[in-house]
Design a protein around this ligand. Structure first.
Ligand SMILES: NC(=O)C1=CN([C@@H]2O[C@H](COP(=O)(O)OP(=O)(O)OC[C@H]3O[C@@H](n4cnc5c(N)ncnc54)[C@H](O)[C@@H]3O)[C@@H](O)[C@H]2O)C=CC1
Ligand SMILES: O=C(O)[C@H]1O[C@H](OP(=O)(O)OP(=O)(O)OC[C@H]2O[C@@H](n3ccc(=O)[nH]c3=O)[C@H](O)[C@@H]2O)[C@H](O)[C@@H](O)[C@@H]1O
Length: 443
């Protein structure tokens, strides 16, 4: 059993801390946000993540998981200090490291025993060395015995606990292999491959992984757009491609594109790093452009179908950036809504979990309490997030409620044939449209 301090109780900090506690360690989860810690102490989760509340409660009861705002208490005799604070986009797309710096400074100021500082936040290549420098400089008069290890996190929101407990790999980077091996011990019971490398390589693995996944999605979205013009079905194209083991099925779902708190900021930060160091990240630029365009295409198609969007009522189903989370940071729905509103549309929306976040982020959207209220009087319905709840809607009822039976299925969730039977005009992403593309041309 080790004593671990986790700095930051966002998605990553909270899941990391809870899972390490569940693996038998004593974990002190620390945040500067007093309200957040107060709620956590009362068992109220600051995020919606399946299974988290129960796992937190079990480990708090077992005395292995402690929430605090007190740095001294959390760091006292800790063998490991995990930095899991946010690294949001700065003005030029660079990662803003102010929270990482603040955490590093606290460690330098308060620790007097040997400690391993583990960086779990996604940080630019070179940040591990920078953190070590900050600590060394602040402790110039009274050197601290410490090491910095990079340990990027690969969990996904919505399946975070499972991803943490059953990882494909653990990546550890350090100048000191012994320090990396000590961190590796924390993960041994997970029985997964552990790769130990140098600091910068570990940091780069994280960015390259996220950028590759985003590239896969933008690639299939580009294929979808071509499919639409040529009358092919991108879902089957993806299926056929994915059967090739070298390609694989994952991350080939065409749709409104990738959003969330990580892909957008990480692809931007990687491109920024590349430009800063004199390379020209053309592929990354294209990946971002295609993603932005996916949202615009939907609005364009609605405008074409409805003539103009001015004063049209558009219903949006799903606001979170993907199902099983209440996170709406950089959600595709937000951009679609913004574009619709710019063209004068009146937007109604519903999400199974993200309504609280939506109330503050989307003040001009008429928020509804269920999908049928969204459909009532709508000129078109846009599916932005493929929540399970939306799979089996009563389309007969929806057809009766809408002013105009137009459906834009931004996640290819529904069966076009079934919807057409209810009299809907259906548009998917990269699927042959009965009403849309001209398929008469020669190959
Ligand atoms: N959200 C996700 O699914 C994943 C995120 N990551 C990376 O992990 C890092 C954290 O991401 P999230 O958990 O989403 O962040 P978040 O922004 O949701 O939460 C960060 C937390 O850190 C706290 N904090 C900020 N400065 C602090 C300080 N000096 N001391 C103590 N607490 C402090 C904030 O109050 C906040 O509660 C980011 O670098 C992100 O890119 C990596 C993998 C998955
Ligand atoms: O660094 C991070 O924060 C995390 O970012 C992503 O995880 P996450 O953002 O939680 O969600 P994903 O499941 O990757 O989905 C991201 C976006 O891509 C979209 N997506 C995903 C898959 C797909 O086939 N098509 C598609 O449009 C989703 O709708 C969503 O908007 C990565 O998958 C994690 O490995 C990583 O740890």
């Amino acid at each position: 059993m080790s004593k671990i301090c986790v700095i930051g109780t966002g998605y990553v900090g909270l899941v990391t801390g809870t899972c390490f506690a569940d693996l038998g360690n004593e974990v002190h989860c620390l945040d500067i946000d007093h309200q957040r810690i107060e709620k956590l102490k009362q068992g109220i989760m600051p995020i919606y993540e399946p299974g988290l509340e129960q796992l937190v409660s079990q480990n708090v009861k077992a005395g292995r998981l402690i929430f605090t705002t007190n740095y001294e208490e959390a760091l006292e005799s800790a063998e490991f200090a995990f930095i899991a604070v946010g690294t949001p986009s700065g003005v030029d797309g660079e990662a803003d490291l102010q929270y990482v710096r603040a955490a590093a400074e606290k460690i330098a100021d308060l620790v007097d025993h040997p400690i391993i500082v583990v960086n779990k936040s996604t940080v630019p290549v070179g940040t591990g060395d920078w953190v070590a420098d900050i600590i060394r400089k602040r402790r110039a008069g009274k050197p601290l015995d410490f090491d910095v290890v990079s340990n990027p996190e690969f969990l996904r929101e919505g399946s975070a606990i499972n991803d943490f407990m059953y990882p494909d790999r653990i990546v550890l980077g350090s100048v000191n292999r012994e320090a990396a091996s000590k961190v590796a011990q924390l993960y041994l019971s997970l029985r997964c491959p552990i790769m130990i490398t140098d600091l910068r390589t570990a940091e780069m693995i994280k960015y390259a992984s996220n950028a590759f996944l985003a590239t896969k999605i933008s690639f299939i979205n580009e294929m979808a757009n071509i499919c639409e013009e040529l009358g092919a079905d991108v879902r089957q194209v993806a299926q056929g491609m994915g059967m090739d083991k070298r390609i694989g099925h994952a991350f080939l779902d065409a749709g409104l594109g990738w959003g969330g708190s990580c892909f957008p900021k990480d692809v931007k930060a990687l491109a920024h790093m590349a430009v800063l160091h004199g390379t020209s990240p053309q592929l990354l630029q294209a990946v971002m452009d295609i993603n932005r365009n996916q949202r615009r295409r939907v609005v364009l198609r609605l405008r074409k179908a409805l003539g103009s969007l001015d004063e049209k009522v558009i219903g949006v189903l799903g606001l979170s950036f993907k199902p099983n989370t209440d996170d709406i940071r950089e959600a595709p729905a937000l951009e679609v809504i913004h574009l619709l509103q710019v063209e004068g549309a009146i937007v109604k929306a519903y999400d199974p979990q993200a309504m609280e976040a939506a109330r503050t982020m989307l003040p001009k959207v008429h928020l509804c309490s269920n999908p049928y209220e969204v459909a009532d009087g709508a000129d078109a319905l846009v599916l932005a997030t493929e929540w399970n709840e939306f799979k089996q809607l009563d389309f007969e009822r929806i057809a009766g409620l809408m002013r105009n039976k137009l459906i834009m299925d931004g996640r290819n969730l529904w069966d076009p044939e079934r919807l057409r039977q209810y009299g809907f005009t259906y548009y998917g992403i990269g699927r042959p449209s009965l009403n849309g593309s001209d398929q008469s041309g020669c190959p």
